[in-house]
Design a protein around this ligand. Sequence first.
Ligand code: SAH
Length: 344
Amino acid sequence: MQLLLDLHPDQYPLDGFRRRQLLEWVFVQGVGTFDAMTNLPADVRADLAARFTMNPFREIETVRSADGSVKYLFTLHDGRQMEAVYMPYLDRKTICVSTMVGCPAKCAFCATGAMGFGRNLTPGEIVGQILAVAGGEGLAPRELRNLVFMGMGEPLLNYDHTMQAARILLHPQALGMSKRRVTLSTVGLPKGIRRLAAEDDLGIKLAISLHAPDEETRQRIIPTGHRNSIAEIMASAREYQAVTGRRVTFEYSMLRGVNDHLWQAEELAGLLRGLVSHVNLIPMNPWDGSGFESSTEEEIQAFYDALEARGVDVSVRRSRGKDAGAACGQLALKRPGAAAGAPA
Ligand code: SAH
């Protein structure tokens, strides 16, 4: 049986008017069964139900944080697990989705990196996170207007499925999201960044996890980083900008005594010269056994000031969902006895 959500809207199994009805049920009404699609004839519904499944998940658990964000833990049909995070903030509702079970990038400060790579998610398993979170929060799917590919996994290493998911998000008859409100975050893979630049119908935003301006520090905290030098990453970011005309965001998790020295702010400012960019400083979110701690508020402020003084556009990311283990870099499964990322 095929997962209906894996399909691009143009490939949906009905034609014309009926297809629009089906898409409306799935993406506007957010219903989870064919049975509920009451304006489709019973034989059409039965035929769909015989060929397609609607739900990518076997089980969904939630952990609510005091700040209002909610971690969604999904068990897939093969028993593997991954997570999404819902972040309501004032009138802005954002969802952070996963593209993989686990992650091969192994960033030393990230709990998902420590669990290793499980498998790629399918497009429907990515899109399904949005529908499930909307359902869980009592929202219509289209009320979730901001999306970041910043959950588990490296989206550019699950390239085709992530692009298919993005096209479903943006499609006017599916979720109809604005490309300006969708951001893909990557550990920094020049080939993937160039490929993304060439997807000219897409135009989603790009964030690059740089985390250090010098090779020595970057290789220490991103051990797979040696495959792509900082110079190559920056060159691909420049190309991306030349092709798309878009600002590029650089993420920088603040690790105390590791990448928060003022000379590193100076070097970072140097790297960004001539590029229209934004730097997002992320206080490091702790997890058991990470071996790193966050820079203090004062240290982050000093780093911020040093960047700002050099003309860098910079902000500090509010940390959300920390008490629910839902903040950046805390997405990992705590299931005693189960090997990380292995099927249950
Ligand atoms: N694979 C993508 C998405 C990762 S998660 C990427 O590498 O960009 C989104 C951001 O959170 C990345 O910048 C990641 O480096 C950062 N991050 C990971 N662990 C963190 C932690 N413990 N504290 C703060 N930020 C963290």
